[in-house]
Design a protein around this ligand. Sequence first.
Ligand SMILES: Cc1ncc(C[n+]2csc(CCOP(=O)(O)OP(=O)(O)O)c2C)c(N)n1
Length: 451
Amino acid sequence: MSFPLSYPHSRPLTGGDLLAQSLKHIGIEVAFGLHGATLMHSLWGPVLLDFPIDVLFTPVHEKLISWGSISSPPSFAPGPHTEAVKEAVTLLKSAKRPAVIIGSGAQSKETVIHLLQLSKITSIPIFDTQKCTLSSTLHTKCPLYAGGADKLGLLPPLNKPQPDLILSSAPEQACSSLAAPASSSRPMRNANSSTSTSTESSADNNTGIDKPWLQTILALKSLPLPYSTDPETLPLGKLHPHHALKSLFSSLAPDPILILDGGECAIWARDVAHLLSPSAIIKATGSLGFLGNGFGYALGAAVAAPDKTVINLHGDGSAGLHFMELDTYKRLDLDILTIVVNNYCWGMSCNGQELVYGKENPARVISALSPGTRYDAVAAGLGNVGVQVSKIEHIEDAVEKVQGGKGPGCIELIVDSKPIHPVTEMMVGKTEEEDLVVVPYYDNIPRAHYK
Ligand SMILES: Cc1ncc(C[n+]2csc(CCOP(=O)(O)OP(=O)(O)O)c2C)c(N)n1
């Protein structure tokens, strides 16, 4: 039995977390949560049960609900069964075009060590996903790091075959797994041991890998991004968010801890984060919301790693939630650079509304923010060095000003709210299919028909 983990950051606080994928499974999830507390090498302590919004929207068909068993023990401890691991190794050895996709189930340093070892021994390329925060480590340390898993979608138009086996640590991700030893459903300790079992068992090598295919796969990440040829300045005179962040990240000192908050700005930033060679990336937003948490993460990171610069990146929406923390940064004289990517709106929400209601209703009453607000001025009022930038050619000067001295600073980067990032389009999931209800940012659900 395996359950995808929904939010691994809750692990330090709980014994484990479980994502209810459908109402049918709620009974089993609850039973598993109760049993987990008593199983060795399983969950312990409090268990977080996460009911995603698409599940909460689903009508209940009582007959289909499986209640599980609250009183009897499950037949197997959850997690990879030895036989399942053996079978996965056999499949890995026989695959010609295998790939690993990692997600939130592979976030610990130990897992990265095992993944690097696995990739080295087996020549299997590793892809990551939006949910994974390790790509900078993989980018610099893993010769077979192949970029985001979305790149696999480029294979059919290039007339190249898809992988014949995917080892996935994130079965909840978009790509369907051909075989997965489901390590993501376990606490990290167990997930690691399952990875190392595969690593050791594969030590006598998969020799049958299609090498030309591997080269094609590795070249995908160097293909230009779809918006890299867009103009730097858009028709309304504002900067394209991709070019603005690319230029800013190329100018900043490398090796910081990078905190990504906000909506679209975090995705634009993630596309170019490797230019900063960050020693760690911490994403504030995700499946449970958490917009604005980046301010606290930045504070914690700066106190825990005083020899590092911390980059605290926000949209003007998330910035508004806890901007007063800049007062704390100054009081403690912390090396935190806050970047406000200001597009004068809650961009991801406003662009989502554009996609769903665009033609029928152009009003964006709630998602618009004030164009007059000067975050650089507020930052300066809180004792941070504050600079506003609206032109690419002024970025280097701004960086020199905020990184030249000691203590916290803030760069307010004025950008356009367009183009809509492709990830927003994908998450909004707009479709004309009549039998589907669009649940923006979550999976669409089948339309219920009541008799
Ligand atoms: C606490 C919380 N509230 C609401 C959301 C939903 N949400 C996700 S992205 C977003 C818009 C963010 O706007 P902004 O921070 O300005 O970044 P932008 O998308 O403009 O780059 C919102 C409201 C959330 N993730 N967390």
